[in-house]
Design a protein around this ligand. Structure first.
Ligand SMILES: [Zn+2]
Length: 408
């Protein structure tokens, strides 16, 4: 049994038929949330109201996507009373239909997310569901609530915590990284979509921050008690499609092994630190399977032709909305020649022996925004840290293609 790498989600022991046949499941950093999202309850405003009213519910605040933290490795949560001045005592009072009917584009409202229930801590119950409720509030100063948001930020900062800006937040514990990733991705998506893609008019956030709708009417400029005014036509209001949902962009990332299984293909971009190499990666395109995307990206970026592709694991990557789909591919016997002439993305691509890569994994891992590790040897390669799926893929290949679960 090997020790679990720090900060990675630990899966329960599993001796299922599938694990025996295909290897153990791999959980990557930013996955492994301790929260049950109970997504079907986000439209139940009775549930949301009760969860919000639970006295010790936890709230994660983000300001410009910087999470409130005690330091770079620990998030800080605040209580309901800390956010009431900004979001009021009943942010989920209205049903979705009522929210749409009362839409007023002249009044900005901060997004309040319901993240889920921590079922290990069953303080709150609703029907057969229970757990500690987690919410998140976007306190980035915007529009008509700018002053209140600034006030909230200043008040919590007086408690000795601060919004931790910059970096990828790769030092959080696995459970906190997953909570942060969920909140960051949803706040970013809401902030990027204030206008309808169909008609260009303002949208509003509903369903506890996980949907946006283009309302048919607007109360802006209407005297108190007056009827809402019809807005311009919108193609998304025909049928049931007047909603938009959070976007997730699939990305393929792959460790490519040589035809004889003794070398691994890695590449580097010119903007990376010296001697840093990683697996190749690229966006999945519409109408393309994961396996096809792996073969296309590897050929375009390196000239290498890949045959068999096996999907290994995946990693949510909230910068801003990626899902990294990790795969292992094998070059065809006549397809190993490197040619960077097609796509200028890579400065260099090279076949490395397993020994060279093993040395890099042991002594040369560091994040892109970190200094080179002091253990990096002269002439050695620098590789991504184990919180990046690239590292897990490389590690899996040089360790015999087995799943790299912490408890092998
Ligand atoms: Zn619209």
């Amino acid at each position: 049994m090997t020790a679990a790498p720090p900060n990675l989600p630990v899966l329960p022991d599993d001796d299922s038929m599938l694990s025996r046949k295909f290897g153990r499941e791999v959980a990557n950093y930013f996955s492994g949330s301790p929260l049950n999202r109970v997504s079907f309850l986000r439209s139940d405003h009775d549930f949301l109201n009760k969860a919000f009213a639970y006295p010790s519910a936890s709230f994660l605040l983000m300001n410009g996507l910087a999470p409130l933290g005690k330091d770079r490795s620990t998030l800080a949560y605040v209580g309901r009373d800390d956010v009431l001045p900004l979001i009021g005592p009943e942010p989920f009072k209205q049903t979705e239909a009522e929210q749409v009917r009362n839409f007023n584009s002249a009044i900005d409202k901060p997004v309040v997310l319901f993240l889920g229930l921590d079922e290990k801590n069953k303080g709150f119950t609703f029907k057969e569901f229970g757990g500690h409720p987690y919410f998140a509030v976007d306190v980035t100063p915007r529009g008509t609530y700018t002053e209140k948001a600034v006030g909230i930020a200043e008040a919590v900062q007086k408690k000795g915590v601060d919004f931790i800006a910059g970096g990828r937040h790769m030092n959080l514990s696995a459970p906190e990284a997953a909570i942060y990733a969920q909140a960051r991705a949803l706040f970013d998506w809401n902030a990027r979509n204030p206008f309808c893609g169909g008609c260009g008019q303002r949208t509003m956030s509903v369903n506890a921050g996980t949907k946006r709708v283009c309302p048919p009417t607007d109360l802006a400029g209407v005297p108190e008690g007056g009827e809402p005014q019809a807005r311009g036509a919108c193609p998304t209001r025909a049928g049931i499609s007047n909603l938009s949902f959070p976007r997730t962009d699939p990305t393929v990332i792959m460790a490519v092994v040589s035809a004889d299984g003794t070398k691994i293909l890695l590449g580097r971009q010119s903007r990376w630190p010296p001697s840093m190499f990683s697996t190749l990666a690229g966006f999945l395109e519409p109408g393309e399977s994961i396996e096809e995307a792996v073969r296309r990206e590897v050929w375009e970026e390196s000239g290498v032709k890949v045959g068999r592709v096996v999907i290994h694991s995946s990693q949510p990557w909230p910068y801003p909305a990626n899902l990294m789909i990790g795969a292992v591919g094998q070059a065809t016997p006549d397809g190993e020649t490197i040619d960077l002439g097609n796509d200028p993305e890579l400065e260099k691509a090279k076949w490395f022996t397993f020994d060279e890569v093993r040395e890099g994994l042991q002594n040369g891992t560091a994040g892109l925004d970190e200094p080179a590790p002091s253990t990096l040897k002269e002439g050695g390669i620098r590789l991504p840290p184990h919180t990046a799926i690239a590292n897990r893929l490389i590690d899996a290949v040089i360790n015999g293609f087995l799943s790299l679960s912490p408890k092998i």
